[in-house]
Design a binder for this molecule. Structure first.
Ligand code: TYD
Length: 124
């Protein structure tokens, strides 16, 4: 993070700041106040999530333990290993969720049903 009198600049470099190579970037924005995103887990995907603007909350569970993180600073990243169910909610109207991902899009990597996720956690 580099800040001077004119503003701030933040850098994320594969292999330096992240334990994976970045193969995909996407961003989620314009989320309605009471809407939820996510509601899935990934089998292999690793991600870094940043609130590049505004604020939103990320609820995480591995099926046993749960955490909730409110992201609201562009110089903070939430590193998600594989195997976590996530729900993103409480977006402010200016909320933008930037995601740096370790792999290209692959629907087969998703687990979109919570009971199936719980079953999967017992197999890994
Ligand atoms: P999804 O991951 O379910 O979004 P969220 O977790 O924010 O609710 O993706 C929504 C749709 O976008 C789904 O049809 C798959 C598609 N999509 C892609 O085609 N490529 C991508 O890289 C991503 C993240 C989603």
């Amino acid at each position: 993070s580099f800040k001077d009198g004119t503003g701030s600049l933040n850098v994320v470099e594969s292999g330096e700041d992240l334990p994976f190579e970045i193969h995909r970037i996407y961003y989620i924005y314009g989320v309605e106040q009471f809407a939820s995103r996510g509601a899935h887990a990934h089998r292999n995907l690793r991600q870094l999530i940043i609130a590049i603007s505004g604020r939103f909350t990320v609820d995480l569970t591995d099926g046993v333990n749960s955490e909730s993180h409110t992201l609201q600073s562009p110089d903070v990243g939430l590193l998600l290993p594989p195997g976590l169910w996530r729900d993103l909610h409480s977006f402010t109207s200016d909320g933008i969720c930037l995601v740096l991902a370790s792999h290209h899009f692959d629907e087969a990597d998703y687990i979109r049903e919570y009971p199936a996720f719980l079953n999967w956690t017992l197999t890994v």
